[in-house]
Ligand binder design. Structure first.
Ligand code: 6R9
Length: 651
């Protein structure tokens, strides 16, 4: 019986592969918020119009100021407060009892977090921060698991104008230290411990090891007797002692809302700086229109972690601006069982579900039966983000999760863009599995050649954004020159270099985003810098040199492969490999551990000493080697090729 079901699903999916475009389902289109896709004649006026959706303390009189490129500002003479827009507004309108988050804990606990509760806690937390000496403009670090307190912490910072700097809970304490130092954070909001698949990790104790002097505000989450010093305070106590009321600070639209570190081409992460008015305008608009949101009816779930930009824009700010009800899950997608996501979708009646292709590929492996066991009939829209979604995963998502009735929005954007840029408006545009779609209204994206001319449709080129947009990064924190150099020096100071390769279709201009053009690897939708991983590996005492590449991987999109040269005549062993992997986990986080390690006596280098990663990628993926004559020592490649063949023969 089960066999027939499987083969018929496979047959159906094979037939679906013949379909190139999927029109918006009629029932969906009939009720959709947006039914036509048009580029406004005046994008600046378009965004000025959307900014009216926010509650301003002082209305801006002007939208874009582009007099000093590439330093663009939006709504600069307006003032507002992000937390007031996310909370006070809804409570004042009588929606205080509405659930903002159905929170579900790893061990099955649940909490119903209302807008009124969030507002109350946020005000107390804001006062607690002030009592701990945090002032407007001070950076506050946040290193918390997926618990409601992380939302409160972010909004409390926003309330007093202290930019938050959230670090993903999967990063190591060492990574947190680096990010706290770069941003000169005054305080870190963290937890005593974090739960992961039935185990609890000591967070506060680990943080203390690397940052003994940084004051911490600590949420008691696992009650593990975490060490506390006089510089530290417990969250619960600090909030209880704090005044209940904290009026929102009136902030300029260009006041920094947050810094979020992301990987770039060098080992040093980039501190992407976002400001308030423009960010909220575009995040609010895209969340409402790309997800066809009906705040009074929908139950929305974005399965990302708040530590990534997707969590900032589409778990916290977008959904709360729009006053919608979300699901927030603390745990892993396979804990306590591999059907937990679908169980939660059924339990809370999720209507809009937003996840990453890597998660969908994992679900495909676990089997369609785990999805079919649950009632997903309330779902009406699906979203994807983080990396290109391969057509096979798209079709499975459409058929198995969406039951063939839910449009899929494949949303292309970056930490730097702050909000969704290229996708399809689900009630207005057809979808093509694998293609993100077209630039949203008010966005000017193009595929350019090196000289800055648009390439012909069908030809691969460099993805570029040719007009400023409200939620764009304003700079790299404390690295102004690097900001200009990285994003606005390829062509001119108004054309933003995305860092992705892309091509467009001739018939409808749809964009296909192919992958990164720089030394950034995308593992399970997480951005990682090859240089950062290399520097972690090389910091191991037995390692002389390392080169890291991204290798195509069925499950994670790309996987990390490391070519490692050891000191002296040390031999590479299994134990040493484990040791180095563990070392990388400590330096950066588990997600940066290489999947494959290849011991190399030498690495292919140009005469000027640059490692030629292109050649390493070629041999790792079994391609014929191109020109090796520019190498200092061309025999290195032959040796490495033999190694790879040996390794492949062993597995
Ligand atoms: C939101 C987010 C950004 C990079 C980006 C691109 C890749 C993201 C994508 C996609 C193809 C999509 N990317 N979404 N590629 N299709 N729908 O993921 O931000 O972590 O900064 O990563 O991810 O390569 O440049 P971030």
């Amino acid at each position: 019986m089960a066999d027939t079901t499987h083969s018929s699903l496979e047959e159906e999916l094979a037939q679906l592969q013949e379909i190139a475009t999927f029109d918006p389902p009629q029932e969906f289109a009939a009720k959709a918020r947006v039914t036509t896709h048009e580029q406004p004649a005046d994008p600046v006026a378009f965004w000025a119009e959307q900014a009216r959706e926010l509650e301003w303390i002082r209305e801006p009189t002007r939208a874009l100021d582009d007099s000093n490129p590439p330093f663009f500002t939006w709504f600069a003479d307006g003032t507002l407060n992000a937390s007031a827009n996310c909370l006070d507004r809804h409570v004042a309108a009588g929606r205080g009892d509405r659930v903002a988050f159905h929170w579900h804990g790893e061990e099955g606990e649940s909490r119903e977090i209302t807008y009124a509760w969030l507002l109350e806690q946020t005000q107390r937390a804001a006062n607690a921060l002030k009592a701990l000496g945090v002032r407007k403009g001070d950076v506050v670090g946040i290193y918390l698991p997926m618990i409601p307190e992380v939302v409160v912490a972010m909004l409390a910072c926003a309330r007093i104008g202290a930019p938050h700097n959230v670090v993903f809970g999967g990063f190591s304490a060492e990574s947190v230290r680096e990010r706290m130092e770069f941003s000169e954070a005054k305080l870190l909001i963290t937890a005593d411990g974090a739960r992961r698949k039935g185990k609890a990790a000591a967070v506060k104790a680990t943080v203390d090891e690397v940052m003994p002097d940084l004051p911490c505000l600590v949420v008691r989450h696992v009650d593990n007797g975490a060490p506390m010093a006089s510089k530290d305070a417990w969250w619960e106590e600090a909030l209880q002692q704090a005044e209940a009321e904290c009026p929102p600070e009136e902030l300029d639209a260009e006041h920094p809302l947050f810094i979020l570190y992301t990987s770039g081409s060098t080992a040093k992460p980039k501190g992407i700086l976002h400001t308030t008015g423009g960010f909220l305008t575009q995040v609010g608009w895209t969340h409402k229109n790309v997800f066809d949101l009906r705040p009074d009816e929908d139950v929305y779930w974005c399965s990302a972690d708040v530590g990534w930009v997707t969590g900032h824009s589409y778990i916290v700010y977008g959904p709360l601006l729009n006053g919608c009800t979300s699901v927030m899950y603390e745990g892993a997608p396979d804990y306590p069982h591999k059907g937990i996501w679908w169980e939660l979708c059924a339990r809370y009646g999720v209507t809009i579900f937003y996840t990453a292709p890597t998660a969908i590929r994992a679900c495909i492996k676990w089997g369609a039966d785990l999805v079919a066991e649950h009632d997903l009939s309330k779902l009406r829209l699906l979203g994807s983000v983080g990396e290109p979604i391969n057509p096979k995963a798209w079709l499975w998502y459409w058929k198995v999760v969406g039951g063939g009735r839910c449009p899929i929005v494949d949303t292309w954007w970056q930490t730097e863009t702050g909000a969704i840029m290229i996708t399809t408006l689900p009630g207005a545009q057809h979808a093509k599995p694998g293609s993100a779609g077209t630039p949203l209204p008010g966005i000017d994206a193009a595929v350019l050649d090196d000289a800055g001319s648009e390439v012909e449709h069908g030809t691969q080129g460099l993805l570029a954004l040719r007009k400023p947009w409200p939620s764009m990064l304003r700079t790299l924190y404390k690295e102004q020159e690097r900001f200009v150099e990285t994003y606005f020096s390829k062509w001119d100071d108004r054309t933003y270099l995305v860092g992705d390769a892309s091509r467009r279709d001739a018939d409808d201009g749809y964009f296909w985003v192919i992958g990164r053009i720089d030394d950034v690897i995308n593992v399970s939708g997480h951005r990682m810098s090859t240089a950062e991983i290399e520097s972690a590996i090389v910091s191991h005492p037995k390692v002389a040199e390392a080169a890291v590449i991204g290798q195509a991987d069925e499950d994670t999109g790309q996987a990390i492969a490391a070519f490692v040269t050891l000191e002296g005549d040390l031999e590479g062993t299994g134990d040493l490999e484990t040791e180095i992997r563990e070392h990388v986990a400590q330096r950066i986080g588990k997600l940066a551990r290489p999947k494959r390690m290849i011991w190399a006596d030498d690495l292919p280098k140009t005469r000027s000493g640059k490692i030629m990663r292109r050649l390493l990628r070629d041999i790792a993926e079994g391609r014929a080697l191109g020109d090796v004559t520019t190498l200092r020592d061309p025999t290195v490649m032959a040796q490495l090729e033999d190694k790879i063949k040996e390794a492949q023969a062993e597995t």
